[in-house]
Structures are given as C-alpha cells and as structure tokens.
Design a protein around this ligand. Structure first.
Ligand SMILES: [Zn+2]
Length: 170
C-alpha cells in the first residue's frame, strides 16, 4: 500500500493501525467524527493574519512574516507539506530579513487543527532548521497536541489522495 510511505518513521504497530484504517474504509468516518468541518481561512489575508497571530504569541523578536499562501504542490515523497524561506534585502542601510511560508494546496480544504499543525511546523523552522528535539519542543509549546496532529495531518493527505476529502464542500 503506497500510502504507508508517509508513516515510515512511525512504529510498526502504528503503521498496522493506519493500514486497517484505510483498508476497512474507516478513514473518512475517523475524520468526520473528529473534525466535522473545515477551516475558514479561504483568502490570503485571513491566512496571513492567522499565522501572524501565532507568530506574535510564540515567536516574538523574529522577523516579520512577509507572505503566506497555499501555493505549494505536493511533494510528499520528500515528506514536505510546506516550505519556509527567508530572503534578505537591503532597505536603506539596513539588511532586512523577510519570511515566506508556502503551504501545500491540499490544505486549503482541511480541518483547522490540521492546518494549524502545519503552520506551527513551518513557523518553528524559523528558529530551528532541523527536526531535532529543540524543534519539536517548540512545536509542542505552540500546540500541545502537536504530535497527534502531525499524525492526523499525514492521515489527511491520504484521505485527500484517495479522493475522499469532504472538506471541499464548505
Ligand atoms: Zn520540517
């Protein structure tokens, strides 16, 4: 089952549970009961404000967020659902840094908690480049349920890939 590629670093027991969820067609019911509706962040400005609010609360004293958008296309083989970039540009005498976040366009129609987990992930990279302990500590500080939500994020991608994303009907 090719969808299991997204769960390779999880324990075997969990991979077996994921497999059952998919083969027994329980994936959609799982999402319907746990996350009945999708997020409302359908325009660029709402999305930007949402990210900025999170950033200001947890990552003070970091450069301004320049742009956030749903314009990344799936590259799940590399395991990335979002990208974060920073550019330096000269503004008068000062060298300024600007941050951009691009989110996978599959997340345009998704539960809010799952979108939040991805945003938290990308924001945490502004402080920590690698997926190390400090990185995950920061993620969990921003979102206490981070680990469960990251798993649900992977399950959501499977749901979407299998053509069962019902959040598109908003
Ligand atoms: Zn990452």
């Amino acid at each position: 089952m090719q969808q299991l590629k997204y769960f390779q670093h999880y324990p075997d027991s969990l991979q077996a549970q994921v497999k059952t969820l998919i083969t027994d067609e329980k994936l959609q019911p799982y999402f319907k009961s746990k996350y009945p509706s999708g997020h409302q962040l359908q325009n660029q400005q709402a999305l930007y404000q949402y990210c900025t609010a999170l950033k200001q609360r947890y990552l003070k004293n970091t450069p301004r967020l320049n742009n956030v958008s749903f314009n990344k296309h799936t590259d799940m083989m590399k395991g990335t659902l979002g990208t974060h970039t920073h550019k330096q540009h000269r503004h008068g005498q000062k060298l300024k840094t600007r941050y951009d976040i691009a989110l996978n366009n599959q997340l345009k129609y998704a539960p809010e908690a799952i979108l939040r987990a991805l945003i938290v992930h990308e924001l945490a990279h502004f402080k920590h480049a690698d997926h190390d302990k400090a990185f995950y500590n920061l993620c969990c500080n921003m979102e206490p349920d981070y680990h469960q939500l990251e798993l649900d994020l992977r399950l959501f991608v499977v749901l979407d890939e299998l053509g069962m994303n019902f959040y598109t009907q908003i």
